[in-house]
Write a protein that binds this ligand. Sequence first.
Ligand code: SAM
Length: 287
Amino acid sequence: MEIIATPNKTKEILSKYPFVFRKKYGQNFLIDTHVLNKIIKGADIKEDDCVLEIGPGIGSLTQSLALRAKKVIAVEIDDQLIPILKETLGEYENIEIIHQDILKVDLKKLIEDKNNNEPIKVVANLPYYITTPIIMGLLENKLPITSITIMVQKEVAKRLTASPGNKDYGAISLAVNYYAKPKLIANVPHNCFIPRPNVDSAVIKLEVLDEPLVKVKDKQLFFNIIKAGFIQRRKTLINTLYKQKIVSLSKEEMANLFKTIGINENIRAEMLSIYDFAKISDALSKN
Ligand code: SAM
């Protein structure tokens, strides 16, 4: 089979079917082999890997994955694409298409059934309208996943890879860093897709950690503090924690606690590292 991820092949395939692009499914198909190769290289697919792809579209990325991996499981929501995928990927025996909404798939069971609960890799050109629930769903549920290589909006990529002090640093940066080590693989201009999205994109890789980056006494409190801290990023953390009633302490009591753990009482959330948040959360956990 010819490479699918080119403008001509994509148009040729689509012209054979009464296919209409569904905006609500975030459909932007990749038509650039250069970008495709960067995704594949970044994902570091080995011949005994089992790969989960979210949203195969007409199979552009799926095809390249199938040429390298032992097995590819691709979950696609749009019924229009199922017959197309049967044609474009029919010759690859190591691909299984699942016609489902990824947010409704029991991934724990899927990995158990399809890969004997052995770790898988996730690779996807994500539908942008559900980027965050997909990423957090993959990370939070203690699934056997070694890495997640994904195309996301450039703005999201910046947030996921931002460090303290950066304007893009926020609660989502910390949530992702708790579970994984993020890395930028490539920036992708909007003309690499049909139809062109309104925004530029980027490929990032999340190497999933065996254990969360920090150990905290109370995970719920840790994330509540982070969330509260970034609701009003211009305010000091103590002010927001007090206002949001995250703990039942006065500002003075919090300032004293901060002093004992060596954190400036006037600090804002955006300047704090994940280790600082862990320290603060543990110090506040008794209150
Ligand atoms: N992988 C293809 C490519 O790179 O050309 C298509 C990528 S396109 C950005 C996103 C794909 O995800 C579309 O095929 C879309 O139909 C599918 N999709 C959207 N929402 C989905 C969902 N909830 N579950 C599974 N697939 C979904």
